[in-house]
Unconditional design. Structure first.
Length: 116
């Protein structure tokens, strides 16, 4: 079983930056594909970013390309989402996700609010 604890959300002005963290329990952190999702009020949860377990490539949703960066530190069992040039439309609850075959784990979510 893997438990995920997120942190780093908050209120920021448009154009500002935040870094979200997702700390994972367990000893096989590096074997999981890592993703960030978000859910804005009244909308469905949507994909934000992917970092495969082998780290060979990343992918991003079009609205965040060039502004967000997903990364991880295996020594700390922690994944990150660096968010720059934030816009009001980035306001949402952000969730981290670890997935490997049938194993699928989610964080509790952290609120990001961008004021215009």
């Amino acid at each position: 079983q893997v438990q995920l604890v997120e942190s780093g959300g908050g209120l920021v002005q448009a154009g500002g930056s935040l870094r979200l963290s997702c700390a994972a329990s367990g000893r096989t952190f590096s074997l999981y594909d890592m993703r960030w999702y978000r859910q804005a009020p009244g909308k469905e949860r949507e994909f934000v970013a992917l970092l495969p377990w082998d780290g060979r490539s990343t992918s991003y949703a079009d609205p965040v390309k060039g502004r967000f960066t997903i990364s991880r530190d295996d020594s700390k069992n922690t994944m990150y989402l660096q968010m720059n040039s934030l816009k009001s439309e980035d306001t949402a609850i952000y969730y981290c996700n670890l997935k490997r075959a049938s194993q699928d784990y989610w964080g509790q979510g952290t609120q990001v609010t961008v004021s215009s």
